[in-house]
Design a protein around this ligand. Sequence first.
Ligand code: ADP
Ligand code: MG
Length: 399
Amino acid sequence: MKKKTVRDAQVSGKRVLLRVDFNVPFVPKTTVIADDTRIQAVLPTIRYLKKRGASLVVCSHLGRPNGKVVKDMRLDSVAHRFEALLGEPIVHVRECIGPAVQQAVKELGPGEVLLLENLRFYPEEEKNDPEFAKALASLADIYVNDAFGASHRAHASINAITRFLPAYAGLQMEKELKMLGATLENPARPLGAIMGGAKISDKINVLHNLVQRVDRLFIGGGMAATFFKAQGLQVGSSLVEEESIGVAQDILKKAQSNSVKLFLPEDVVISKTFAGDAPHKDMDVARVPPGWMIMDIGPETARLFAREMRECRTLVWNGPMGVFEWEVFSQGTRAIAETMADMNNAITVVGGGSTAEAVEELGLTNAMNHVSMGGGASLEFLEGRDLPGISTLPDKDGD
Ligand code: ADP
Ligand code: MG
């Protein structure tokens, strides 16, 4: 179902409360923004609204101040970067509600931008408090949610707010819903999912949802060890989640009954210790010696996965194939990313914080059809769940 977007709204001369996700990473122990992708991502929505003469009241959370004012979590550096990227001055106030904010909003002309303070300085935000939402709503005529990455949270500026203002999706939100949605609703087939990452327990619901929808399922990363254990293989000292062996067995069974072609690694890169400079080698999965652990998929597996992936028309990927943070164990992840980047005849979608980071490091973000900016939110979306910031946005008329 399609959501109403800013394109469906009459915005000229209106005040728009725009929820964004400016929760950017910082260079550790500084106020220097390490990556401003999240700010750049909402510029199209901002420009769209400005051009049509709306005045913008922009709001975001940053970090986890836990309902208190934390000096280092003020939006000052975000405001500066935002101004620089936008190429014009904005007004930044030190609060989110109250008379001073109301005054600043009153003085805001068409096309002008006001940035509120960190929403999470108010405990009411994370409590989804209706009074706080109402106070925010009083600042504007319409509400636009362009914060996909925060939309799995039932917070006041995401969820309760939609009770008090006509609500619309922003352009970045629209893109996320369209591209992630393309993997779940009427995908071009064959549909393949590549799953990896450290733990199966983080991904149980994604696996359960995808095994019912995909034609091919590729499993790598640390979670592969638990699948091997479920098949009775020895995995040395690899991380096995004993409590998830049943889950792995269940997924294997469901893949079979749903005629999903499931691929597990055939060879793996193993290491003596969990370190980037430990002795390591490629090994058949059936021959992982005691005391060694699985750190990546092997080159044979990368070739097998690539061959089978290339026949897919839609591919969705979550979870690195190995401990990609260390160069020697990053080759499997690289192979998957390069295969996807190379597929011009398929829709390629990447979700998950670490996976997006790996793709970005490889310089392949733009080679994918979509790399989701919502880490946790993209996972919950792939679980097939209703997200509290999305289910409350009205559907387009006639859908
Ligand atoms: P995402 O954030 O994209 O959902 P995850 O957080 O689930 O991904 O997984 C990322 C982490 O998984 C990385 O830090 C990576 O080092 C780890 N990982 C991948 N393969 C293995 C492995 N074989 N053993 C241990 N950790 C692994
Ligand atoms: Mg992660």
